[in-house]
Design a protein around this ligand. Structure first.
Ligand code: ADP
Ligand code: MG
Length: 636
């Protein structure tokens, strides 16, 4: 049986085309400029291969012209042009792309960078124009043709005059409506902005006649102090930069070039802390120009902040913030990626498949990590400044996804060290560990000063162990997700058992003393009720009388963090009250207990517990009775 062709309802198709593919009307200009560039590419390619065209690269240009009285915007090119047949088939058939056919025929040739492929871009003109007139003369032919259409109703083709080769696309711009402004597409500043935004890196000059003003020359007999008069004149100006900075040779680009490009493009006042410029060829081919800002934007740690890199395909801007190109932990990076390998969707506003995108993103992630590591190793001060700005984000990254970014990030985080008195990496910590040391010790608190005074870390410091001071809420959670670094587990200085080799003897001593004071300790625990899970003699305290430590599981610091969040259920860590066995306070307790003054022991237990809370940074449960208890003690 003979196959029948589908019949497309072309009117409806065109209507769909025009009104539902694109999210922004303004991209019509990007599409027309891209077509002009493709047309020039085709002719330029012939000039290169046939050698008898008499054409040079410098002869080619795209021209924009506005006529406000006529309400027309014209995009002209002196490229390949179209014959009558080509007008019919390329502009008369939806989804027919002469450019794609050309690209396929000339696939292996270098130096052509055809943009078109879907055969729909042209029709976007009808989003802003009520009528489109195309005047075209193909290279080598003497007859010019006029194609004209008001959209869905069809088109007409007739003979016409045109002096040179190429195409003029004349848009008869729609009248403003209540909710749409079309006048803006007749404004110089608006067109200039659109060219900068979408077509800045088109390889041929895009020119427009612009209104300018200059000082008038003074008459010879004019007095010295006569005011300068100005006159306006019109001049052809090139609106696009043509060669993107990231496609230039690195040796041709100065730091100043990078810095001013960054500041202009990404609206920053300060120079970037780091520039990453990379070109990759292979499975995916792309250029990337990335910047690490020197200061976090004011909204960086809020939900208003939007991450992403600009995405270009063959020099045409496709997306302003492509989020998939950056992992959250490197969301502070700004910049752009340019690749010819992307499969774009039909509106060329998004990507079709994310396979290439994923490949690029994962390479960029590695690249960024590498650059940060280099900065850490060779420009330490700069890195520490970077870390002040964005370290928190790296720590969130460690916590996120149950530690799946551990390998990527563990060498990039810094913590304050008790022994070095400065920020150190985990790798530096591990390299200084004692031979018999099993754990990486850390302590948590609001500030370095505060942690430094914690009784819990006295013993560790005394025995010469390095302790990392964690001052961000996320810190301990992140460490828990990491679990270990180079097979060394993390251990909180406030955890029950510090497991130190050299304190074995002391441990035995304490165990003996505990046995002797068993009844006292049990009584204290009972009088404190479920405020504590245990009262015990401490192995870690040197000069301080008391401290709180945590049992297994949730730490004291985590209790604080979790309870500061807006949740109904308050969470409690297991608290152990530790008492310094060598402190006079133990003698006082023993004395009271021995004299059978149970109320006094109870009162002391309460006081010690409250003191321990204060040291740990917890609020006292009942400040009034705490204060009264102290006063009554003072007046006894
Ligand atoms: P695409 O650019 O994706 O091919 P378009 O709808 O933008 O689709 O254009 C359709 C076809 O019309 C192009 O492939 C090209 O052959 C032809 N064309 C469009 N504009 C021009 C122009 N300025 N000069 C020559 N040919 C053009
Ligand atoms: Mg096109």
């Amino acid at each position: 049986m003979a196959k029948k062709q589908f019949k497309a309802e072309s009117k409806r198709l065109l209507d769909l085309m025009i009104n539902s593919i694109y999210t922004h009307k303004e991209i019509f200009l990007r599409e027309l400029i891209s077509n002009a560039s493709d047309a020039i590419d085709k002719l330029y390619y012939r000039a290169l291969t046939e050698n008898n065209t008499g054409l040079n690269r410098d002869d080619f240009a795209i021209l924009l012209e506005v006529n406000k009285d006529e309400r027309t915007l014209t995009v002209s090119d002196n490229g390949a042009g179209m014959t009558k047949e080509e007008l019919e088939s390329n502009l008369g058939t939806i989804a027919k792309s002469g450019s794609l056919a050309f690209k396929k025929e000339n696939e292996t040739k270098e130096d052509i960078d055809i943009i078109g492929q879907f055969g729909v871009g042209f029709y976007s003109a009808f989003m802003v124009a009520q009528k489109v007139t195309v005047i075209s003369r193909a290279f080598g032919g003497d007859q010019a043709w006029k194609w004209e259409s008001e959209g869905a109703d069809g088109y007409s083709i007739s003979e016409c005059e045109k002096s040179g080769t190429g195409t003029d696309i004349i848009l008869h711009i729609k009248e403003n409506t209540e909710d749409e402004n079309y006048d803006e597409f007749l404004e110089e500043y608006r067109l200039r902005g659109l060219i900068k935004r979408y077509s800045d890196y088109i390889r041929y000059p895009i020119r427009m006649m612009v209104e300018k003003s200059r000082p008038k020359e003074k008459a010879e007999d004019a007095p010295e102090d006569a005011p300068t008069e100005y006159e306006s004149y019109r001049e052809l100006e090139t609106l696009n930069s043509m060669v993107p900075i990231w496609k230039k040779n690195k040796s041709e680009i100065s730091d100043e070039d990078y810095n001013s490009f960054y500041k202009e493009k990404f609206f920053d006042f300060a120079d970037p802390a780091k520039v990453i410029h990379t070109s990759v060829e292979g499975v995916v081919t792309y250029n990337a120009l990335l910047f690490i800002p020197s200061k976090a934007p004011f909204n960086y740690y809020t939900k208003d902040f939007e991450k992403g890199l600009q995405l270009y395909s063959s020099g045409v801007m496709i997306m302003d913030k492509c989020a998939d190109l950056l992992p959250d932990h490197f969301s502070f990076v700004r910049g752009l990626v340019d690749s010819q390998d992307l499969s774009l969707n039909i509106s060329r506003e998004m990507l079709q498949h994310d396979r290439q995108l994923k490949a690029i993103a994962s390479r960029l992630e590695k690249k960024i990590k590498g650059e940060l590591l280099t900065m850490l190793n060779t420009e330490r001060e700069k890195y520490e400044e970077f870390f002040k700005n964005f370290g928190l984000q790296l720590k969130y990254g460690l916590y996120d996804g149950y530690g799946r970014n551990k390998e990527m990030l563990e060498d990039l985080v810094l913590y304050y060290s008790s022994s070095e008195k400065k920020m150190v990496t985990l790798s530096e910590y591990v390299s200084r560990m004692k031979t018999e040391q099993k754990f990486i010790y850390y302590a948590c608190g609001d500030s370095v000063e505060r942690i430094d005074k914690l009784p819990q870390i006295e013993l560790l410091k005394d025995k010469g162990y390095e302790v990392l001071y964690l001052t961000d809420d996320i810190d301990e959670f992140a460490l828990q997700m990491m679990r270990e670094y180079k097979e060394k587990e993390f251990k909180s200085a406030a955890s029950g058992d510090l497991d130190l080799e050299e304190t074995k003897e002391e441990k035995e001593k304490i165990e003996k003393k505990t046995e002797e004071n068993k009844d006292l300790l049990t009584f204290m625990k009972e009088s404190l009720g479920d405020k504590v899970s245990e009262v015990r003699l401490s192995q870690r305290l040197k000069t301080h009388p008391v401290c709180l430590t945590s049992g297994e599981g949730l730490s004291l610091e985590m209790e604080k963090v979790l309870n500061s969040m807006p949740v109904d259920q308050k969470i409690k860590a297991q608290k152990v009250l530790e008492i310094n066995a060598d402190h006079a306070i133990l003698e006082a307790l023993k004395e009271a207990y021995g004299a059978d003054e149970k109320d006094r022991v109870k009162e002391y237990a309460e006081l010690l517990y409250n003191q321990a809370l204060l040291i740990e940074g917890f609020p006292v449960e009942d400040p009034v009775s705490f204060s009264n208890a102290i006063c009554s003690l003072m007046t006894k």
